[in-house]
Design a protein around this ligand. Sequence first.
Ligand code: ATP
Length: 235
Amino acid sequence: MLQLVDLHVKYGQIEVLHGIQITVNPGEIVTILGANGAGKSTTLLTISSLVKPSKGAVMLEGAPLHKLPPHEVVRRGVAHVPEGRRIFGTLTVQENLNLGAFTRNDTARIHQTLDWIYELFPILAERRRQLAGTLSGGEQQMLAIARGLMSQPRILLLDEPSLGLAPLLVKTIFQTIRNINASGVTIVLVEQNARAALKLAHRGYVLEVGRIVLEDSAQGLLANPDVQKAYLGGA
Ligand code: ATP
């Protein structure tokens, strides 16, 4: 479905992705593990066409995405929930969600999506008229994911969805990601919380300073001693 082919990315003169290959099949949850600065966020930004590759390609169902403007990538069915949430604090929950539907003009179906989102995130339904800036951190993260879903994506890119959340909320977010996937949305997940990510994912890639050094089923990665040592805090 989604393929990164020999993807190189530079910031100025400095290359930070050195020819990575990633394949995402329909219906999968694929996680990208890696230390700080490995290039995980850059990988997601490149899929969204917010960052352009210096070489290689991002292909969605055989068509190149990297030549399109970011809004056109959203139109093709790829939504990006960036690290740090980036919601609009001075707008209400409902207004933030409406913005997520900017590529759509099918009003009746937008209402259906909204109903589905309020089912997935009941707390957002309760707070639909509240200013987003006054939501708790966990609620803001839910809003960021919900806003991404408003474009009705086939692929959802999630950058550190559990960052800064209390353990109980992390559980809720991961369960919600599972539910979103069960409804048919393919997911690419970047997470510091490697153990939780691998428990959720079908497959994973390990990125080390701009190179994929390992790729396996999530179970295979969980059982891999090198992965355990580097990313799972020992055995
Ligand atoms: P983290 O988990 O800390 O966010 P990451 O794996 O997502 O790390 P990236 O944010 O993709 O890593 O960064 C990869 C490398 O690119 C890092 O060395 C970073 O300093 C550099 N980098 C990221 N964004 C920029 C930018 N806008 N300009 C220049 N260098 C950048």
